[in-house]
Write a protein that binds this ligand. Structure first.
Ligand SMILES: [Mn+2]
Length: 512
C-alpha cells in the first residue's frame, strides 16, 4: 500500500478488485493488503483524479483523461515546445480554489494547464524547458503530493512518484518548491513563456491575504510565484495564452469525439426537455430538468448557467434569472449545454410551450432557421471566410429573410435592435475560446465554432405587431471540414416538424 494515509490506518483489505479492461467482468480475488503485489482497491482512489486503475468505467487503459490518450498530451507539449525559439521555457499553473461562503466550489482546472498536462489537482504547476533531446523538452511537475491529514478531508492526492510516472514528468516536486525552483531556473532562459496572473493576490490587502493564507497555504506559494513572474523583465517575459489559444483552436480527432459526445448529451437533453415543458411549469424546473438529464448521461457539470427564457424574456440575451412561469402560447428559448470530460457544449433551441408553433412564430422561426442553415453551409476551409465575414453574411441573410416576411427595415434596425450580438465563437475546453482568437483569420479544418443567429423583436410600432415580444435564437456547434461542415449538435431537433414532434411526444419521447 503506497498511501501514507492508508498505511497509517489499521485496516485489512479483504478483497482487491482487479479491473482488467472495460466491459470484462471483474473477478473478486480474495487477497490481503499485506500480500506482495496486491493492487490498490478502486475505492477510495489513490489518485487525485479519475485514472484507469481507479476508474476503469470512465477511462481506457491508454487514456490520461477520459477520451484523451496520454500520448496526445505528449504531442501537445512537443508541438508547443517545437514552435518556440531555442532558450525557451514554459511555465503554466493550476487554477486556484474558489471559496463561496462556507462551502467550496467544485474545482475546475485552469484550461491551458490542463491541456498541457491532464493533471486535475489544484496547487500544481508545470515547467517545460526546451532542450535538444529527442523529446525536445524537460518537464517538471509540481503538486501537493501525499498528505494524510489533508487527504482525510479532501480526498486523495497523487503521489510524486505517480505524478512523474503517469503524467510523464521528468521530475515531480512539491508545489512548495515551485517559487524557488522557478526563480533559479528562469535566470537560465532568455524567453520565458508565462501568463501574468489576472487577479494578483499580492495586490490584496494584508488582512485579506492572511485570510487567504488561512484558507489555503498554497496561496502563499501563489503570491511568491506572482512576485517572481512580475520581477521578470518585459523583454524576457512572453505571454503564453496566445500560443495556447492557437494550438487549442484546432481540435484533434480525440477532442472532436469528446466534443461530439458532449454535444450529443446536450442535444438529447434539449429534445427531452422540449417534451417535459408544459404551460404552467417554471423556467427553473425546465433548467433543472435539462441539468438532470445531462448529469444522468455522465456530464460532470453544465458549461454555463442555462438561459431558459419564456415569452418576452427571450429578448434579454443573457437571461439567467429563470424565475418565471411558462405560459400557453409562448415560445421558450433555451440556451444550455453541458461540460463533458473537460469540453464544453453550447446549444440553443427555441420551441413552443404548447407543442405547436403559432403561424407568426413559425414564420419568424423559419426565417432564422433558413439563415442559420445557409451560414452553416459556409463553415468550411475551402470557403475562405473568417468569423467577421460570417457575421456580415448573417446580417445580410437575416435582412433578406425579414424583408420577405413583412419587416420594413431601416438602417441599423437589424444590427442595433433585432440582432445585437455576434454570430459565432470558437468553443472547446472553454465555452468561449475567443479571448485570443483572431476573428480575422480564415476558418481551418478542425476548428469548432458555434453558429447562432437570433432575432429579438421589441414591441415597437416599426416592426410587425404579430412578431412583437418574440425572441428566437438557433445555435449549433459546427466542426469546420475541408469541404463540408459537420454539425456536432445534430441530435437536438431544429426543423419545425421535428421540434413539434419532440414537444408532442411523436418521437416516442416521454416527459422524463
Ligand atoms: Mn454560444
Amino acid at each position: 500500500m503506497t498511501s501514507s494515509l492508508r498505511s497509517a490506518l489499521p485496516i485489512l483489505r479483504v478483497a482487491a478488485y482487479r479491473p482488467c479492461t472495460r466491459g470484462i467482468f471483474r473477478s473478486a480475488l480474495r487477497t490481503f493488503a499485506t500480500e506482495a503485489g496486491a493492487e490498490h482497491d478502486p475505492k477510495p482512489s489513490n489518485y487525485g483524479q479519475p485514472l484507469f486503475p481507479s476508474h476503469p468505467h470512465l477511462l481506457k487503459p491508454n487514456e490520461l483523461t477520459p477520451g484523451i490518450p496520454a500520448e496526445e498530451y505528449e504531442r501537445r507539449r512537443k508541438e508547443l515546445m517545437d514552435s518556440l525559439p531555442a532558450n525557451s521555457v514554459v511555465v503554466s499553473v493550476a487554477a486556484p480554489i474558489k471559496y463561496m461562503s462556507a462551502s467550496i466550489y467544485k474545482f475546475r482546472q485552469a484550461s491551458d494547464f490542463w491541456y498541457l498536462t491532464g493533471f486535475e489537482e489544484p496547487d500544481a504547476a508545470v515547467i517545460l524547458e526546451k532542450n535538444s533531446t529527442s523529446r525536445g523538452y524537460r518537464m517538471t511537475l509540481f503538486s501537493s503530493g501525499k498528505d494524510s491529514a489533508k487527504e482525510k478531508w479532501d480526498g486523495a492526492r497523487t503521489s510524486f512518484g505517480d505524478a512523474a510516472n503517469i503524467f510523464k514528468a521528468d521530475n515531480a516536486l512539491s508545489i512548495k518548491d515551485f517559487p524557488s525552483q522557478l526563480k533559479s531556473l528562469i535566470s537560465l532562459y532568455s524567453n520565458v513563456y508565462v501568463d501574468v496572473p489576472q487577479h494578483s493576490s499580492r495586490k490584496g490587502s494584508r488582512s485579506s491575504r492572511s485570510l487567504l493564507n488561512y484558507l489555503s497555504p498554497a496561496v502563499g506559494v501563489r503570491s511568491e510565484y506572482e512576485t517572481v513572474v512580475e520581477s521578470l523583465s518585459s523583454s524576457r517575459r512572453k505571454p503564453l495564452a496566445p500560443l495556447m489559444s492557437k494550438q487549442r483552436s484546432i481540435k484533434s480527432e480525440h477532442e472532436q469525439q469528446v466534443m461530439r459526445a458532449a454535444a450529443d448529451i446536450s442535444g438529447h437533453a434539449h429534445t427531452k426537455t422540449m417534451r417535459f415543458t408544459q404551460p404552467g411549469v417554471s423556467e427553473a424546473a425546465v433548467a433543472a430538468h435539462f441539468e438532470y438529464l445531462c448529469s444522468l448521461s455522465g456530464s460532470q457539470r453544465l458549461a454555463y448557467v442555462p438561459v431558459v427564457a419564456s415569452g418576452p424574456n427571450a429578448l434579454i440575451i443573457h437571461y439567467t434569472s429563470n424565475n418565471q412561469v411558462v405560459q400557453d402560447g409562448e415560445m421558450i428559448l433555451m440556451d444550455a449545454g453541458c461540460e463533458y470530460n473537460g469540453y464544453a457544449s453550447d446549444i440553443t433551441r427555441t420551441y413552443p410551450a404548447s407543442g405547436t408553433f403559432t403561424e407568426p412564430q413559425k414564420e419568424l422561426y423559419t426565417a432564422v432557421l433558413s439563415a442559420q442553415k445557409a451560414l452553416i453551409g459556409l463553415c468550411t476551409e475551402s470557403a475562405q471566410l473568417n468569423l467577421h465575414d460570417l457575421h456580415r453574411k448573417s446580417c445580410e441573410l437575416l435582412k433578406q429573410e425579414l424583408n420577405q416576411i413583412g419587416f420594413k427595415l431601416q438602417t441599423g434596425d437589424l444590427e442595433r435592435v433585432l440582432y445585437p450580438h455576434f454570430l459565432s465563437h470558437p468553443i472547446g475546453i472553454d465555452l468561449h475560446e475567443s479571448s485570443n482568437f483572431n476573428r480575422g483569420e480564415y476558418l481551418k479544418s478542425g476548428m469548432i465554432i458555434t453558429v447562432e443567429p437570433g432575432i429579438y423583436v421589441p414591441p415597437t410600432a416599426n416592426f410587425p405587431k404579430h412578431f412583437h415580444n418574440m425572441g428566437i435564437r438557433i445555435e449549433d456547434e459546427v466542426l469546420i471540414g475541408p469541404k463540408h461542415p459537420v454539425i456536432l449538435s445534430v441530435s437536438a431537433p431544429k426543423e419545425v416538424v421535428d421540434i413539434e414532434g419532440a414537444c408532442q411526444g411523436v418521437l416516442g419521447l416521454e416527459p422524463l
